[in-house]
Design a protein around this ligand. Structure first.
Ligand code: URA
Length: 434
């Protein structure tokens, strides 16, 4: 195939036809088209966009690059959720166990960290032994045994998505509505689900910086899913500051476990409850959102979700003793505090800059072959709206490489604003589609 012809076509603003898109995805997945040509095409798409038909074709081509799972032999409603990515966004680790404990089947194909955002797979792999690469047979077995499986794309499941995702991560081609839509919906549609709840983030730490662009992305994804016969709903949620307190893989696993124990931060709990409640309603388990929210709270307070997380960890090869003993998780060699330099109220914690600071410590990838450090990251003691006195700790940096500390400390200080006047944090749920 002549990839240069496709690159030129898109560069010049022309439409790619269905056959061209399918041929490109097939050849790239097989390794016949090099990353440098694919990077150029992705950049052309980034600037020129794809229309609704091209996006649907790309989604389908990526979905069909592997198998589409048939879960019709499972009796439970099959419902998943997916986030468009944020900083400190660990809701999957809370939602999957609660949803499975509540009676849904949750076949969750997740991603790795992308740009400044974290990824569910990287977080789960902080748990010693946890395997996110299961065969299809193991995936089905996990679902049969625990009701949930959290895995990545494989050679069998949306392999094109896996390759393109990794390439976009390091070529500054993530923040594109058609590319994000195709990325998310191709792997979700390969999962064999009946219904899907999307968490479309907006704000400085999201790929969609404005509520308008988040709504456009949400609409595009809901349309693709609905056209494929799935029940799909999207919530638009705020990501102007990190979600919860922890940013970084191990630190986020600990915060998720604390949340399953009923001791998590309120914002994380609230977003997780809203998303899970929609999953329960779309799955037909509850007739109203209020009943579904109550179901979420009961599952959490009964300990059933924590027990479910232990089962999921164990089935996927991880050490469930981490739930009671955090010293079994990777730990960082150095801790350093960033303290308030004046009295007042925290007015902003710029999420993207903080995500990049965490990446700089080693929590995310700067190149496709970067090895991430699961132990490092940031934990915030203050969030937007909190009052601070001079010298109060705002954040603790967990690092292994001391030489990164001055740069990261400076990045956190410039991402933090302290003002004299009280500040009301913005709402977490900003809208929904449809
Ligand atoms: N999450 C995904 O799975 N893909 C994207 O492109 C962005 C967020």
């Amino acid at each position: 195939m002549h990839a240069d012809r496709l690159i030129r076509k898109k560069r010049d603003g022309q439409l790619l036809d269905r056959a061209e898109i399918f041929e490109f995805v097939e050849h790239y997945t097989r390794g016949d088209i090099p990353d440098y040509q694919t990077s150029a095409l992705l950049m052309a798409v980034f600037f020129r966009g794809l229309n609704a038909r091209e996006t649907a074709d790309l989604t389908e081509a990526m979905m069909r690059s592997g198998q589409v799972i048939d879960l019709s032999d499972f009796p439970q409603p099959k419902v998943d959720k997916h986030s468009t990515g944020g900083v400190g966004d660990k809701t999957s680790l809370v939602i999957a166990p609660v949803a499975a404990a509540g009676g849904l089947l949750v076949p969750m194909i997740s991603g790795r960290g992308l740009g400044h955002t974290g990824g569910t797979l990287d977080k789960l792999e902080a748990i010693p032994g946890f395997r996110t690469r299961l065969t299809l047979a193991e995936f089905r077995q996990a679902l049969r045994r625990t009701g949930a499986a959290l895995i990545g794309q494989t050679e069998q499941l949306a392999p094109a998505e896996r390759k393109l995702y990794a390439l976009r991560d390091v070529t500054a081609t993530v923040e594109s509505i058609p590319l994000i839509s195709a990325s998310i919906m191709s792997k979700k549609l390969a999962e064999g689900i009946d219904a899907l709840v999307l968490d479309v983030k907006t704000g400085s730490g999201a790929f969609m910086k404005t509520p308008e662009s988040a709504r456009e992305l949400a609409t595009r994804m809901v349309e693709i899913g609905t056209a494929c016969g799935k029940r799909v709903e999207a919530l638009i949620t705020g990501m102007s500051q990190p979600l919860g307190s922890a940013v970084g893989n191990t630190l986020e696993v600990i915060e998720s476990i604390e949340t399953l124990k009923g001791r998590g931060p309120q914002d994380l709990l609230d977003v997780s409850r809203e998303l899970t409640a929609r999953m329960f309603v779309l799955g037909g388990l509850d007739a109203s959102l209020d009943a579904a929210r109550t179901r979420f709270d009961q599952i959490l307070s009964s300990g059933a979700a924590l027990q479910k997380f232990a089962e999921i960890i164990e089935f996927q090869g991880g050490d469930p003793r981490v739930l009671e003993d955090y010293s079994r998780l990777p730990s960082a060699g150095h801790e350093e505090s960033v303290v308030a330099w004046q009295e007042g109220y925290v007015a902003a914690l710029e999420a993207e800059a903080l995500g990049r600071a965490s990446m700089r410590l080693g929590a995310g990838r700067e190149r496709m072959d970067s090895v991430i450090d699961r132990a490092v990251g940031l934990v915030f003691e203050k969030k937007v709206g909190d009052a601070v006195n001079t010298g109060d700790r705002i954040c603790t940096i967990y690092a292994n490489e001391r030489s990164f500390l001055p740069e990261v400390r400076e990045a956190i200080r410039s991402a933090t604003r302290i003002g004299a006047d009280p500040v009301k944090p913005s709402a977490l749920v900003l809208g929904h589609v449809p």
